[in-house]
Each structure stands twice: as C-alpha cells, then as structure tokens.
Design a protein around this ligand. Sequence first.
Ligand code: DAH
Length: 343
Amino acid sequence: MTLDEFLASTETFSNAALPALTGAMSLEELEAARIAFLGDRSGQLKEIQQQLREISAADKPSAGKRFNEIKARLTAGHDARRAALATLVDSGPALDLTLPAREQWRGGKHPVTTVIDEIVGIFRELGFTVALGPESESEWYNFGALNFPADHPAMDLHDTFYLGEGALLRTHTSPVQVRTLQRHAPPIRILAPGTVFRRDPFDSSHAPAFAQLEGLAVDEGISFVDLKATLTLFARRFFGRGTRTRFRPSFFPFTEPSAEMDVECQLCGGRGCSACKGTGWMEIMGSGMVHPAVLESAGIDSERYTGWAFGMGPGRIAMQRYKLPDIRLLYDSDVRFLSQVAE
Ligand code: DAH
C-alpha cells in the first residue's frame, strides 16, 4: 500500500467515524459506534492499524503520525460525547431541540358563554335585545319590587350574600326586569344574561356564583299563549326540531300564573336516567305572566299592559348539551376539560 492510498483510506474512515461518535443521541448508540470504529477486536481502526504494516519503511513515520492523529481525534470526540450524554441522562429524558414546537391552545369560548350567545341569537331573531344590570343590587330591586313579601325565606341570611346598607349580591337576574321597565316604555322585549350569587354549597349540581339568563316581554295584549309559543319555539331551535317540552304549574312571587318548563332529557332521550332521576324530563327554566304588582312597582299601567318572563340557567343547559355529570367542571377553569368543549 502506498502512502497516498493509506492517507485516503484514513480520510474515508475518519469521515465516517467522527460524525457517528460525536453525534450519537444516546449512550447505547455511542457505545455501538465505539465498538464499530474504535473497538479493540473488530473495530475499523484496528484494520487501519494493520494497513500500516504494508507501508514502506520510508513512509512509515508520516503514516504513523497520521494514524496517531486520527486515533487521538476520534477518541477525544468519543470521550466528549460520552460526558455530554451522561449529563443529559442525569437531567431527565433527552431533549430534542430540533423537534417542531407543540402548538399551544390559545383558549376559546367557555361552554356557558357559547350557550348564552346561542340563546341570545335565537331570541334576537324574535326582536329581543340584551339588557344588563348590576351584580351588586339593592334589596328593593332584588326582592321588594319583585313582589317578595318582607319575610320571604329567600331573603334569609343563609340564602343571600348581604353587602351591608341595603345592598346585596343579586340572587337572580330578575331585578333587570324592573330596571328595564322603569327606563323604557313598552313594547319591551329583553334578555338579561349575568352572574348571580347564592349561599349555596359548591357541589355537583350547585355553585355559589353562576350564570342566569332572564327574558321579559311586555306589551298590550300579551297572553300566556305568547309565553308558551315563544318558549316552545326556543326549545325546538336550541335542542332540535322534534324536542318535546312540557309546562308544570309553579310559583314565583313576581309571576302569576307561574310555570316551570321542562325539555325531554338530552342525556337519555326521555327514557329516564340518573341525570333526570328517571323522569325523562329536565327542568330548564322558570317562567310566568309578569305579576301586575311588578309592573306597577316600575310605574307601568298593569291595566293596559301585560307581559311574560322567564329565567334560565345556561350552566344547567350546558351540562345537558355537553353531557356533563358535574357543574363544577364549568367553574374549575381546568384547561384539560375546557380545551375539549370550548369553541
Ligand atoms: N328568578 C327566578 C330564580 O332565580 C327565575 C325566574 C322564574 C325568572 C320565573 C323569571 C320567571 O323571570 O318568570 O329562580
């Protein structure tokens, strides 16, 4: 073998061995490269060393020098890589900084907001507009103007958060009815979404702060037929065409007569399940004809005008729609849940 041939052979060898040794991604990979290239028994370096013997005596010093250089470079590369990989292993799983970044979830609309927006959208087509009221309310707007008798149990300390001096956190969105009636002359058609507060435990079906959505329509000649027709239309638009609904007599101080509206349970399709306690029905709102005393407290002539109203819980409706077993999922702000249902 001539010196030139030997130098070319060492060059080829080094070009293959160096990247394999210095670029190994794990200690196992590095060890395999070490055995293949530098191994004492069958490593390629060994073969190069054998080629040295075929070099003439005159060329041997140059050839030997090159051999030693390459051996030193490869050994140093191997040792440095081994040290680097060892620290990586110590600090946990290897990071591959060349991987593309995982796309981050940037957030979305909360399911309760989606439900509110959708309900507002349906009623907007029927001529309703959105009205808002304060969360810190006076006793008069929250109870008195809504025809609650002074000793009504809803006003008890253990049901309501009082803020002092006649102020409280509103327990429902119904006060927005009175505020609207005071400010605007009929015809009135409003929806009032908002947060309400009650001293309820935080359990699978209650939260101390939750969303409500109030509706109110006041005009001349409005009857219970308008209430039933509008709310039934709403339920079919929201839950689907064939959805069955029913009205049950109820009581609220601010409506007369009053009714609860049920839709067939969305979880079992009306057959009866644990979510609907076997009845096949889910209550979605309270409703009724606005009590004349409420109209009068807001300065509206109850002989001339009549109206109907409703109050529903978008959280409960979101539970139905997304088939949620626990209302707290909606208020825990856990992105593992929200990223599945947010729009
Ligand atoms: N304010 C009631 C509540 O919080 C809900 C309600 C029932 C509102 C009947 C209404 C209504 O406007 O007509 O439980």
